[in-house]
Design a protein around this ligand. Structure first.
Ligand code: NAD
Length: 297
């Protein structure tokens, strides 16, 4: 049995942690929230009183934290000083490429194996163990990480050098934000033109306008049973999360010199929607803003 430390037991981390327990691993769990630790204990993990105590003696470490500053702080103050020699570290948070690279470099300099392994798929996929992991890091670290990540996901893909897991994540989500807005605009225009939304879905999902935003996450109520659109746009993947990922993408575009005008538009539209009260709604609710029916209540 492998002893795994799991730090960050929020919406995503709680299900991921529970899946490692279900696979028979001895999991020591820590979160700043005592309630989150209690939930992990109820799922079979052992609660730890601090991140330092969770990682000491662990064979592998998983982190699932909000942003780069949390990841840097937890690794520098708790993980690096207390982890056993040569231990495997997997950061599954979505963070900026620069922090992922520098934490990865610091880990390697100390002789640890580190991968940045952000995920695609929301809370339902985290609970079901069907996430997609995009992994950056040395081959040796990837080979070891695959065993654990495949318990929590349906696909584990090696993106390349340290930081490329995060690069893949933000490029993917920039594309997702853009296709969602485009899909919403198309539905709003279809409606204005008197075209039935179900009929438009039936046609476009089999025509060249097809995308994941259309056929797996349709932003209008009706065509797809599982869409957040059918449950008052409760997330799912919240607008605040999409905006976070678009900001990461735009920061990375600015520092790398990439030209991403549609990414910038998507960021501006999601920032507007966030400001108008859409923050906690699913990101597909931007349809209501574009269609003209959004109201905060
Ligand atoms: P969350 O806010 O629900 O969970 C984060 C957890 O980290 C919280 O429980 C918080 O208490 C804990 N935490 C913060 N600082 C800590 C510290 N210093 N020590 C220990 N615990 C600490 O967020 P989430 O939705 O679980 O997302 C986690 C990461 O996954 C984020 O980077 C997010 O962008 C990414 N992500 C989220 C989704 C989604 O649909 N929610 C999908 C893909 C990726």
């Amino acid at each position: 049995m492998t002893m795994i430390a799991f730090i960050g037991l929020g919406n995503m981390g709680s299900g991921m942690c529970a899946n490692l327990v279900k696979a028979g691993h001895d999991v020591r769990a820590f979160d700043l929230s005592a309630d989150a630790v209690k939930r992990a204990e109820a799922a079979g993990a052992k609660g730890a009183p601090s991140a330092a105590e969770a990682v000491s003696g662990a064979d592998a470490i998983v982190t699932m934290l909000p942003a780069g500053k949390h990841v840097r702080a937890v690794y520098e103050t708790a993980i690096f000083p207390n982890a056993s020699e040569g231990v495997l570290m997997m950061d599954c948070s979505t963070i900026d490429v620069a922090t992922a690279k520098s934490v990865g470099e610091a880990a390697a300099a100390k002789g640890f194996l580190f991968v940045d392994a952000p995920v695609s798929g929301g809370v339902a996929a985290a609970d079901a163990g069907t996430l997609t992991f995009m992994v950056g890091g040395p081959e040796a670290a990837f080979e070891q990480a695959e065993e654990f990540l495949s318990i929590m996901g349906k696909a584990v893909i090696h993106a390349g050098d340290p930081g490329t897991g995060q690069a893949a994540k933000i490029c993917n989500n920039m594309l997702l934000g853009i296709t969602m807005i485009g899909t919403c605009e198309a539905f709003a225009l279809a409606e204005k033109l008197g075209l039935d939304q179900q009929r438009f879905f039936d046609i476009s999902s089999k025509a060249s306008g097809q995308s994941w935003s259309m056929t797996s996450y349709c932003p209008v109520p009706g065509p797809l049973e599982a869409s957040p659109a059918n449950r008052d746009y409760n997330p799912g993947f919240a607008t605040a999360m999409m905006l976070k990922d678009l900001k990461l993408a735009m920061d990375a575009a600015a520092t790398s010199g990439a030209t991403t005008p549609l990414g910038a538009q998507a960021e501006a539209l999601y920032a507007m929607f966030d400001g108008l009260g859409g923050r906690d709604k699913d990101f597909s609710a931007i349809y209501k803003l574009l269609q003209g029916s959004w109201s905060k209540a």
